[in-house]
Design a binder for this molecule. Structure first.
Ligand SMILES: C[S@@+](CC[C@H](N)C(=O)[O-])C[C@H]1O[C@@H](n2cnc3c(N)ncnc32)[C@H](O)[C@@H]1O
Length: 252
């Protein structure tokens, strides 16, 4: 066994080509986070939101998610996929957050039909919601137990300010959860998806199709996609902040 456990992200040529083709051919607009949400660079988020075990090269995705929810002053939040509850906890810590719904499988259930990895099964049965359970914000969190394909989204129709899609990552599941998110979203609300990356072939395929009707932002150098209801990502007039790499070092 190697002495150093250096984690690498060896995207294959094929994965990178498919990802780049999707970006080139789809209504998915790569922008820096402060271009999509001007002023977000001043939003404070606890560094515990950073996920050191992420399977993505960029470890700040979850920090950005908590920052976006705070920037749009989300009061009612819905998360698909609780896992350890790290993101749930940091969403609930937001000063405007009143209620955070987080949906995951029931730890008592049996899911022979679902492809769940060893880490997901272990967390599901032993550590689900660890970060927010017994925390000062626990009362703001509503843990929902259901297979997301069975959940009654109509019961929350039009009432959610911010939805985070990060449950099952198969193509059909992402579509299912997205339809649920769109049902629950209030006018002007925000949806963020995780795992839009060369490794997330199903999410990439979903995004290519979804963006045909609703253009999306890709937060550059992350695996986050963003939809803001009422905002056409392609027509949106984005300015470069003065600290942008392109302005400081033209040609990069
Ligand atoms: C990537 S993890 C979520 C990570 C979490 N959002 C975070 O930011 O730390 C995905 C979660 O989705 C859950 N999941 C997978 N399929 C599901 C389904 N059909 N319904 C509900 N939850 C599901 C898994 O149990 C797992 O906890």
């Amino acid at each position: 066994m190697s002495k150093l456990s250096v984690r690498r992200f060896p995207y294959s040529e094929e994965e990178i080509a498919s990802f780049e083709a999707t970006l080139a051919e789809s209504a998915i607009r790569p922008l820096q986070l402060p271009q999509i949400f001007p002023g977000i660079e001043r939003v404070p988020v606890e560094i515990g939101a950073v996920d050191p075990d992420t399977a993505h090269p960029n470890h700040v995705d979850m920090l950005y998610i908590a920052a976006i929810a705070r920037q749009v002053r989300a009061r009612r939040i819905f998360e698909f996929g609780t896992y350890l509850g790290r993101t749930t906890y940091h969403l609930a810590l937001g000063p405007d957050a009143e209620q955070v719904f987080t949906l995951d499988l029931d730890p008592e259930g049996d899911y022979p039909g679902l492809k769940l990895g060893i880490a997901v099964r272990t967390v599901l049965t032993q550590f689900q919601g660890h970060f927010f359970k017994n925390s000062p914000v626990a009362e703001k969190v509503t843990q929902l137990h259901s297979d997301s394909r069975m959940f009654d989204y109509a019961s929350l129709a039009g009432s959610i300010d911010f939805a985070f899609v990060d449950g099952g990552h198969g193509y059909d599941m992402v579509w299912n959860d997205t339809r649920g998110a769109m049902t629950m979203l209030r006018p002007g609300g925000t949806v963020v998806w995780h795992d839009f990356s060369p490794k997330g072939a199903d999410v990439v395929r979903f995004a290519r199709e979804f963006s045909r009707d609703r253009p999306l932002f890709w937060v550059r150098d992350t695996s986050l996609l963003v939809h803001v209801d009422g905002l056409d990502a392609m027509a949106f007039e984005a300015s470069l902040p003065p600290y942008a790499r392109e302005l400081i070092k033209p040609g990069t």
